[in-house]
Design a protein around this ligand. Structure first.
Ligand code: NAD
Length: 377
C-alpha cells in the first residue's frame, strides 16, 4: 500500500483504513460554512510554537486541500513574519484578545489549536461559537469535563471536531492495524510500548496548570491510543504506578514516570511506560500466536519503521515477507492530517479521530492517574 502526498484519491483509502480504528463514534454534521474561495479549506493557526510552525504549517504548504488563512499569536513580530511567508493578509493576524473576531473572517473554515494543553478547551469552544471547525492538538484537554464541553460546543454549533492523532492516518501504523485485523500474526496476546524524553527545565509541560499532567498526557497518550487502535478494543481493567526519581526541581508539579498495564476484553494484555526523565524511542511491539510486529519508532514525525514476522499465507512453517508502505517524511503526516480533515469538512464525512475518541483517552488517563495515586483534574 503506497501513499503519496499529492494523491488526494488516496484519502479515501485513508478513511477506509481509519475505519478499522476503535471507539470512533463520529457524528454526521452539516458541511462547514464554506470551503475556502479556491476550494481549499482555510486554517487559522492558533499558537505559533513548535508544532504549529515547524510541522503543521509546513505540512499545509504541501497540501492541495488546505492552506493557512489566518494566524493567532501573542507575538506580533513573529506572526507578521510568518504571515508574509504564508501569504496571509495582515488583517487576518489576530492577537489572543482579538480571537473572537475570526467569526467575521469567511476565509477561515477551521482552526488548528497548537496551544498548551489547558488552553485547548477554551479556544475550541470559542472557535465553535464563531462557526469554525476545530482541529485540536492532543491531549484534547486537561480534564474529562473540558473534553465533554468541547464536544458539546462543536455539536451545538454543528461544527466538526478532530483531535490531531496523526498516527491514526500514518501508513505504517495503518499497515500494522491491517496485519493484525487480517490475522497475519495470529491472535494478539500482548503489546509493549514506551514513549518518553528527558525534559529540559522551564517548559510549560512541567506546569500542572498548563499541562494538566506530566509525560502521560504529553507522550504516554501515544502508547495508550496505539493499544486501542491496534487491538480495536477498549481496556477493561488497568493498573498504574508513578514515580519521581530526579528531585532536581523539574517534577514539583507533574510526575516523572508512569508505568501502566491494561487488560482488554479479548484477554490481550498491554504494558506501557512513559517518562520525562529518559529518552524512550516511541515504539511498540505486538506479539501474536503466529508472529509479531514491531514499529520502532512508531510515533515519530518521520522514519517510522516496521519489522514483522507474519504467518505464511499457505499455513506452512516459517514467516512471510510483507509489503511495507512507502516511508513518509516530515511534514507529510501533517499534510495528510490537514487534508483528511479538509475532506471531512468539504464532503461532510464523519471524523474518525473525533472528540469522542479524544474523550476516551482522557477518561483512561484519569483512570491511570487515579490508579497510580496521583491527583486528577
Ligand atoms: P510550544 O511551547 O512550542 O508552543 C506553544 C505555543 O502556545 C507558543 O506559541 C506559545 O507562545 C503559545 N502560548 C500561548 N499562551 C501560552 C501560555 N500561557 N504559556 C505557554 N505558551 C503559551 O508547544 P508545542 O510543542 O508546540 O505544543 C503545543 C501543543 O501541541 C500541545 O498540546 C502538545 O501536546 C501538542 N503537540 C502535538 C504534537 C504532535 O505530534 N501531534 C507534537 C508536539 C506537541
Amino acid at each position: 500500500m503506497l501513499y503519496s502526498r499529492r494523491d488526494f484519491s488516496k484519502l479515501a483509502g485513508l478513511s477506509a483504513a481509519a475505519s478499522l480504528l476503535p471507539g470512533n463514534r463520529a457524528t454526521a454534521q452539516s458541511p462547514g460554512p464554506q470551503s475556502a474561495r479556491d476550494g481549499r479549506i482555510g486554517y487559522c493557526v492558533v499558537g505559533l510554537g513548535r508544532i504549529s510552525v515547524d510541522h503543521f504549517m509546513p505540512g499545509l504548504l504541501q497540501s492541495q486541500h488546505g492552506k493557512v488563512s489566518a494566524l493567532v499569536s501573542g507575538t506580533p513580530d513573529k506572526a507578521h513574519k510568518l504571515a508574509q511567508q504564508y501569504g496571509v493578509p495582515a488583517e487576518a493576524v489576530y492577537t489572543y484578545e482579538q480571537y473572537d473576531r475570526i467569526r467575521d473572517n469567511a476565509a477561515i473554515d477551521a482552526v488548528y489549536i497548537g496551544l498548551p494543553n489547558s488552553m485547548h478547551a477554551e479556544y475550541t469552544i470559542r472557535a465553535a461559537r464563531a462557526g469554525k471547525h476545530v482541529l485540536c492538538e492532543k491531549p484534547m484537554a486537561t480534564s474529562v469535563a473540558d473534553a465533554r464541553a468541547m464536544i458539546a460546543a462543536c455539536a451545538t454549533a454543528k461544527r466538526k471536531l478532530m483531535i490531531a492523532y496523526r498516527c491514526q492516518l500514518e501508513p505504517v501504523n495503518l499497515k500494522a492495524i491491517e496485519l493484525i485485523r487480517s490475522g497475519a500474526i495470529g491472535q494478539v496476546q500482548a503489546i509493549q510500548s514506551a514513549n518518553g524524553f528527558n525534559i529540559q527545565p522551564g517548559e510549560w509541560r512541567l506546569n500542572r496548570k498548563l499541562a494538566g499532567g506530566g509525560p502521560l498526557m504529553d507522550v504516554g497518550i501515544y502508547s495508550l491510543n496505539a493499544c486501542r487502535y491496534l487491538t480495536g478494543e477498549e481496556p477493561q481493567v488497568l493498573s498504574a504506578y508513578a514515580s519521581v526519581i530526579d528531585h532536581d526541581g523539574r517534577f514539583n508539579e507533574v510526575e516523572e514516570n508512569v508505568g501502566w498495564t491494561m487488560k482488554f476484553p479479548s484477554g490481550i494484555t498491554a504494558t506501557c511506560s512513559t517518562s520525562y526523565g529518559a529518552n524512550m524511542d516511541g515504539a511498540y511491539k505486538v506479539f501474536g500466536s503466529k508472529g509479531m510486529l514491531e514499529l520502532s519508532p512508531a510515533f515519530a514525525y518521520q522514519g517510522i519503521h516496521m519489522k514483522a514476522q507474519v504467518a505464511k499465507a499457505d499455513g506452512s512453517k516459517g514467516h512471510d515477507e510483507i509489503d511495507l508502505p512507502e516511508a513518509i517524511h516530515d511534514p507529510q503526516q501533517f499534510t495528510m492530517q490537514a487534508d483528511y480533515f479538509a475532506d471531512c469538512i468539504t464532503h461532510d464525512k464523519p471524523v474518525k479521530m473525533s472528540g469522542e475518541e479524544g474523550l476516551r483517552d482522557m477518561e483512561l488517563m484519569m483512570q491511570i492517574y487515579r490508579s497510580a495515586g496521583l491527583p486528577t483534574a
